[in-house]
Design a protein around this ligand. Structure first.
Ligand code: HEC
Length: 342
């Protein structure tokens, strides 16, 4: 059940259902059922060491985007955070003004404000995004109320679902979505909420507008050829951190990587970067240091996914080689030896 879900958009679930499923009884309050009576007003600490009240300071009167993370996670959270960075960029300066991002640590003992500050900087999380730590029991209470709580499960290394909760507190609208979803879809959804909130539509209208925004975001999303599985997997699971030929992002530019690295090494690295790092593989360790110790996530790709990705990376590199050798040939004509310049 806790299997990560990376599909586009299919993960959107109205929280009306989620709250009933995960939170047990909900206080029956007329109007907005999810206000001060519902959310615990516990004290949390920001990455800057400031104490804040969960309901009064973080939620009340705001549009919020909340996820639960832990900074040394090697599973879904690096992708989750990188995705939300993309969403934040798409939302521009609305974040911090009328939309607020919160990432709450589920490992508060390890994730001190300093650790969280460094984590935020590594991923280039912008202003308006607060990273929070606090007492474990308070965080568990918050997570349960948000429907983002996962029981500790020794058989699951990750132990948490990569979900993001998007909420319009004054409007009483909450939706849970896969945090690793298409960022354009998430951004459109959030803007949809914001517009509803501004015009103070009824909950019913808000839901209709929501459905329309979802549909529009599908229609406007850049078309990725789903039959090209490698390209699709790259766009959905790697592009938040990597480009091919457009420079380093959070991770290295992957152009030509299939020429530089050994095939078997690459297959292993893409499938389980965390294992190579744990084994102190020298290349993995050097890369990890070079790229600010950001963990390349293990998203539990299937063998088929890895093969498709490898073939995609090879094709991209070959296309680039062809381009370079053509440029080289034309300039080689001018060399005295007639040898291509390499
Ligand atoms: C959260 C960001 C993130 C995501 C998502 C991500 N990577 Fe990475 N990747 C990195 C970082 C950072 C490194 C550098 C090594 C490290 O820090 O562990 C890296 C390194 C690599 C390398 C080694 C590059 C080299 O020079 O040898 C390959 C190959 C790679 N990633 C492929 C992928 C593929 C394929 C995907 C998608 C399935 C992916 N990555 C998803 C962050 C990411």
């Amino acid at each position: 059940m806790r299997r990560k879900h990376f599909g586009f958009a299919a993960g959107a679930i109205f929280l009306t259902a989620i709250f009933f499923m995960t939170a047990g009884s909900i206080p029956a309050v007329a109007g907005n059922p999810w206000g001060a009576n519902y959310f615990p007003n516990v004290t949390l600490t920001t990455q800057d060491g400031k104490q804040v009240h969960f309901y009064d300071d973080l939620l009340k009167g705001k549009i919020v985007v909340i996820d639960m993370i832990y900074t040394h996670c090697v599973d879904a959270c690096p992708l989750e955070t990188a995705r939300l960075v993309q969403v934040q960029k798409m939302l521009g300066d609305r974040v911090g003004k009328n939309i607020f991002f919160y990432s709450i640590s589920i490992d508060p003992t390890h994730d001190t404000p300093k650790v969280l500050r460094e984590y935020a900087a590594k991923y280039h999380a912008g202003p308006g995004w607060t990273f929070l730590t606090g007492k474990k029991e308070d965080i568990d209470r918050v997570a349960k109320k948000l429907g983002l709580y996962s029981e500790p499960d020794p058989s699951d290394r990750d132990g948490h679902t990569p979900s993001v909760l998007i909420g319009d507190e004054p409007g009483g609208q909450w939706i849970r979505n896969s945090a690793t979803d298409n960022p354009r879809f998430l951004a459109n959804m959030i803007v949809g909420w914001l517009d509803n909130w501004k015009s103070e539509q009824s909950a019913k209208n808000a839901q209709n507008a929501q459905a329309a925004a979802t549909k529009a975001s599908y229609e406007q999303a850049p078309r990725i050829d789903i039959s090209d599985k490698g390209r699709y997997a790259f766009a959905s699971q790697c592009a938040a951190c990597h480009t091919i030929g457009h420079g380093d992002k959070i991770g290295p530019d992957l152009l030509g990587v299939t020429n530089v690295r050994d095939h078997t090494w690459l297959v292993r690295f893409i499938a389980s970067p965390d294992k190579l790092l744990a084994e102190k593989d020298p290349i993995a360790t050097a890369l990890f240091r070079k790229y600010n110790e950001v963990n390349m996530p293990n998203t539990r790709l299937t063998n088929e996914d890895v093969n498709e990705l490898m073939s995609f990376l090879e094709r991209q590199s070959a296309a680039h080689d062809k381009e370079t050798s053509e440029t080289t040939k034309s300039s080689a004509v001018k060399t005295e030896s007639g040898q291509p310049m390499r």
